[in-house]
Design a binder for this molecule. Structure first.
Ligand SMILES: Cc1cc2nc3c(=O)[nH]c(=O)nc-3n(C[C@H](O)[C@H](O)[C@H](O)COP(=O)(O)OP(=O)(O)OC[C@H]3O[C@@H](n4cnc5c(N)ncnc54)[C@H](O)[C@@H]3O)c2cc1C
Length: 399
């Protein structure tokens, strides 16, 4: 059997790795538009800060592809799927034979239609090239506007202030990420920005205009006076790349639609990672979810049992704090704080019906791991014991 994986992000690389780990012995090709496939989370963190280069954020070293017998076709783009002919077409018209195609095309940074938003000083962040351009603008003293205080916007604001920029962070929402983190933790994390000298505004952006003094930004609502910046960064979400799937007649709206095994409306084509979505709910848009998709797609191709589902997990880093989130905070009926927000490490647990359904741990990876086990194993916990940092979480797991 011949498998072609389109896209060398974490979802695509995880798919080829899981196929070989699962005993797949056929032809395996990975096509990616970039050079050596690299990881994206560092793009707003160490890579943007200049602490890591492209080689250090590679998903796998170059020799790994040879060892795994993966034909890596890089700096090449798949331009069309021809599932009826068992092939995909690459730039230049080259045809690759494929019995199964896995779409791992990820997403692009959203660029809402704000007047002036396509100007040179208005940045987005999705690729290493984006990060290189942005880093060149983040010089000490540069006036930087970050639009959107979600995961990526907050990380960029934090890195920009580390680099000595004067940062303004604007978001129309009072407590960004409250749905994922719970209101109290979301508010606390948002307040960290001000403590590091970042000015936070509660507004959207109406327009950008180039002036001799920089880009003049007009805010929505008219409450904030317009201001000039040297650079602006839009951190306002991601748009899944679905053009190939749509052109091939696959169901693809707000993501390539897949079933629980990542199979699209055409049984020979699977989709994984940020490009894909199930009918059940919104896409996770996180690193580990993309990795798990790859493992499920590999199992579907191999005809083996897919890995057992586990509570979703993601992390984010800002202002020197490492936050890990598991489960679905929105499902919690009650929130329990373990420790205090002033502690060097603490966590927030979301409970429903005596069970943990979510947790957000600040600088406490072991709490996040324990919470995940509690969720996956549906371990009943007493809220008072959970809230007491002197009670070992492992003991609660055994209870
Ligand atoms: C700046 C940033 C920071 C992040 N930080 C975190 C974090 O801290 N924690 C977390 O959990 N998640 C984080 N994420 C999210 C996480 O990185 C994504 O969920 C993950 O990268 C999705 O992987 P993917 O493989 O689906 O897509 P992508 O990483 O977007 O990879 C898709 C690949 O497909 C290629 N491609 C697309 N179309 C074609 C084509 N036609 N032919 C060939 N190649 C093609 C692209 O060039 C790209 O290399 C972050 C994302 C970004 C952008």
């Amino acid at each position: 059997m011949r498998v072609v994986v389109v896209g060398g992000g974490i979802a695509g690389v995880s798919t080829v790795a899981a196929l070989r780990a699962g005993g797949f012995d056929g032809d395996l090709t990975l096509v990616d538009a970039g050079e050596l496939p690299y990881d994206r989370p560092p793009l707003s963190k160490e890579y943007l800060a200049g602490g890591k280069d492209l080689k250090q954020i590679a998903l796998q070293p170059p020799h790994w592809y040879d060892e795994q017998r993966v034909r890596l076709i890089n700096q090449s783009t798949v331009t069309a799927l021809r599932p009826a002919h068992g092939a995909v077409e690459l730039t230049g018209g080259l045809l690759l034979r494929a019995d199964r195609v896995v779409l791992a095309t990820g997403g692009g940074a959203a660029r809402p239609p704000i007047p002036g938003g396509d100007g040179e000083r208005v940045h987005v962040l999705r690729t290493a090239d984006d990060a290189d351009r942005l880093r060149a603008a983040l010089t000490p003293g540069a006036r930087v506007l970050v639009v959107g205080a979600g995961l990526i916007g907050a990380e960029v604001a934090s890195t920009a202030v580390d680099l000595g920029c004067e940062v303004v962070l604007t978001d129309p929402v009072a407590k960004p990420l409250a749905a994922a983190l719970g209101g109290e933790l979301a508010a606390w994390l948002h307040e960290l920005h001000a403590r590091r000298g970042i000015v936070t505004l509660r507004a959207g952006v109406e327009s950008f205009a180039e002036t001799p003094d920089g880009i003049e930004v007009r805010f929505t609502g008219g409450f904030e006076p317009s201001r000039a910046f040297d650079a602006a960064v839009l951190g306002v979400g991601m748009v899944p790349v679905t053009a190939l799937a749509a052109a091939a007649g696959l169901e693809a709206e707000r993501g390539v639609v897949v079933d629980d095994l990542q199979v699209t409306s055409n049984p020979a084509v699977l989709a994984v990672g940020d490009a894909a979505r199930t009918r059940r709910g919104p896409r996770a848009e996180h690193w580990e979810a993309a990795q798990h998709d790859g493992a499920r797609a590999a199992a579907a191709i191999l005809g083996t049992r897919p890995p057992a589902p586990t509570a979703p997990w993601f992390w984010t880093d800002r202002h020197g704090r490492h936050v890990e989130v598991v489960g679905a905070m929105g499902a919690a009926g009650r929130v329990v704080v373990r420790g205090s927000f002033d502690d060097p490490a603490f966590s927030v647990f979301g409970l429903r019906g005596g069970l943990v359904v979510a947790a957000a741990a600040v600088d406490d990876s072991s709490a996040a791991r324990a919470a995940r086990r509690m969720i996956d194993r549906r371990v009943p916990v007493h809220p008072r014991r959970l809230a007491d940092p002197s009670v070992n979480l492992r003991a609660l797991l055994r209870a």
